[in-house]
Design a protein around this ligand. Sequence first.
Ligand SMILES: [Fe+2]
Ligand SMILES: [Fe+2]
Length: 277
Amino acid sequence: MTFATAEVSAHKKAIKPRDRSHDIADDLKGDWLDNDPFLTTFFNTLSVTFPVGEKFFIDSVRHYRSDITDPKLLDDIRGFCGQEGFHRREHQRYNNALSHARGYDLDKLENSMTRRLTWAQKRMPPLTNLAVTVAIEHFTAVLAERLLSEDSLINSASPAMRELWRWHAAEEMEHKAVAFDVFKQMGGTDKSRRRAMRRTTFFLTLELTKGVCYMLKKDGNLFNLSIWRQGLKKLFGKQGFFAHTWQPYKEFYADDFHPWQQDSSHLLTEWEASTTG
Ligand SMILES: [Fe+2]
Ligand SMILES: [Fe+2]
């Protein structure tokens, strides 16, 4: 499928927020992903970043709502904010249950990211914050593709957790171009988009590493090298979760990049056929 066709076909579909809730409190007491403490910790850390991050994404996009006149893009913005709002609520519940079950200090875990994003909202131009949103939306779209693929690691999760992560992934895929399209319409440049991606890659890696270390330490696993070795292999090894993500990550740096150049809509269709509600 060519770029133009993919972009147009993706644009025909309305972005629909799906108000789902997931009964996961019991799963969060244990190593719910593949019975693996490292993998479970990695995904739990991702979850911790979502409510703070998703508020920032909604604010960054909503800032430009009154400047947009294209009715399709206005509908997309409504869908985007609705979806991120539900994700935020579900991951807040997730994080509250997680910290209750495992004795994690959620404020401490969220603190540096909250401070960083609050600072950005006060001090940085809105278009720079939107560029950061565009960059992180690309990360989540790449991650979503892995979560929805047939051989995904998430298939080793407990059923409720699998359902939650796949629901979030499907909606990330569905709205993956919204922040990008707003950024372009508002005159965002490729240079600032690339700069945002470089900075975001650094800070996100830092935040995730800190979160993983905190949780492993709390669980008494920080210095268990076999847990690290096994988990890192399942994430970054040749057959690992992130094995095919370098290429789509790099595509973001191209001048003519658009999120729907990667036409992943079949994964969304397959997910819709496999889920209820
Ligand atoms: Fe989300
Ligand atoms: Fe998103």
